[in-house]
Ligand binder design. Structure first.
Ligand code: GDP
Ligand code: MG
Length: 374
């Protein structure tokens, strides 16, 4: 690392040069952006960011999973801020997932935003007790399972909806197993309690057989009895989400360059590629050079879940963007780069590698072996 300067280091650590200069100042080292740094000073910086000096100075942009892991491992305590939880709703068909998502969307949108035309972008945010909650609005299990298969961890909390007049079905057991495997906390919403045939105790009994035991039965799982249709106990459900979220201590670094996951994407004849991104860390800005899966570009426009044009989006915010050279896939990771050239290089490299892989292998490329080889 002879002749390396602060700008280089800043790039490699994905930080502002000014932040590193400030850090060095506090350690009694004066440095300007373009000055070559001694090995000792570079080591000091590495230690500050919790990185083994010999280890990786250069983050390999061809592996976004690794990049993601590194970025999260190198988070600075002093830069962390609480972020909204990202919640998925799962359950058996007809048990009321869509009704619950619609009820939340129609009655709990952020007050200042009321009147905006709600956009269906695959995720939206509601407000409860002055706090924000992000809901993934993706149909059924598809998004959750695909994203998990691709190594994308987007969900912080799962609400499992079970109809009180029906009981535990195979799809619910499957949902429980997914959540357990992903170590995502589960909240059970026993739905349709307005129905005369509702039998919440039966649901509790059946879930107990799958290791989901209500608190009032000596277990550790939160159950809320709701009616999505009649808007009953929905506020209680949201309060429980906030409670679990607090216990989980969900944090992000709002001041870093954004990274996150694609919720959905499509090619639009008028707009070109559009993608809904969930910002998981940092802040995304219009104009940011970005690599998204095997695509790249510059964020041209950004629209929030209320259909409003916005310029910046912080942690846990879902946004629909344009400006990519092609449509990425749900579950792809995205990373913002300091300059367009690097983003383009990384994007092209990833695209050609994926293509090569597709040509090379006679067998169909599965999500798993695609990620193994990139
Ligand atoms: P999904 O397949 O899980 O998305 O289920 P839906 O939300 O489409 O609901 C299936 C049916 O159950 C619809 O006819 C809803 O109106 C009805 N439903 C949903 N929630 C409730 C509820 O709380 N009470 C009653 N009585 N019906 C409900
Ligand atoms: Mg539905």
């Amino acid at each position: 690392s002879e002749g390396i300067n602060i700008q280089e280091i800043a790039k490699q650590f994905h930080r502002d040069a000014s932040e590193i200069i400030k850090k060095l100042l506090m350690l009694g080292v004066m440095a300007n952006q373009n000055q070559a740094l001694s090995k000792e000073v570079i080591e000091l910086i590495c230690v500050e960011y919790g990185v083994e000096p010999e280890e990786k100075h250069v983050i390999d942009v061809s592996d976004l999973n690794q990049y993601f892991e590194d970025a999260r491992a190198n988070r600075l305590e002093e830069n962390l801020a609480t972020r909204p939880p990202v919640v998925t709703i799962m359950g058996h068909v007809d048990h009321g997932k869509t009704t619950l998502l619609d009820q939340l969307r129609n009655t709990r949108v952020t007050e200042g935003e009321a009147g905006g035309i709600t956009q269906h972008i695959g995720a939206y945010q509601v407000e409860a007790n002055g706090k924000v909650i992000t809901f993934l609005d993706t149909p059924g299990h598809a998004a959750f399972t695909t994203m998990r298969a691709r190594g994308a961890d987007v969900t912080d909390i799962t609400i499992i909806v079970v109809a009180a007049d029906d009981g535990v079905m195979p799809q619910i057991v499957e949902a429980i197993n997914h959540a357990k495997a992903a170590e995502v906390p589960i909240i059970v919403a026993i739905n349709k309690i307005d129905k005369p045939t509702a039998n919440p105790d039966r649901v509790k009994q059946e879930l107990t057989e799958h290791g989901i035991i209500p608190e009032d039965w000596g277990g550790e799982h939160i159950f809320v009895e709701i009616s999505a249709k009649m808007n009953l106990n929905i506020d209680e459900l949201l309060e429980m989400v906030l409670l679990v979220s607090e216990v989980e201590e969900l944090k992000a670094e709002p001041n870093r360059m954004a990274l996150g996951t694609v919720i959905e994407a499509r090619l639009d004849t008028a707009q070109g590629a559009t993608a809904t991104l969930l910002v998981q860390d940092g802040t995304l800005n219009v104009g940011d050079p970005i690599v998204v899966g095997n695509t790249y570009g510059k964020v041209r426009t950004m629209v929030n879940d209320k259909g409003r044009r916005i310029k910046t989006a912080g942690p846990s915010a879902p946004v629909e963007i344009t400006g990519l050279n092609d449509a990425p896939q749900a579950g792809d990771l995205f990373v913002v780069f300091e300059d367009e050239k690097t983003a383009r290089q990384a994007g092209e490299e990833r695209a050609s590698k994926a293509l090569e892989l597709q040509r090379d292998s006679k067998k169909k490329v599965t999500l798993e072996n695609l990620f193994d080889s990139i």
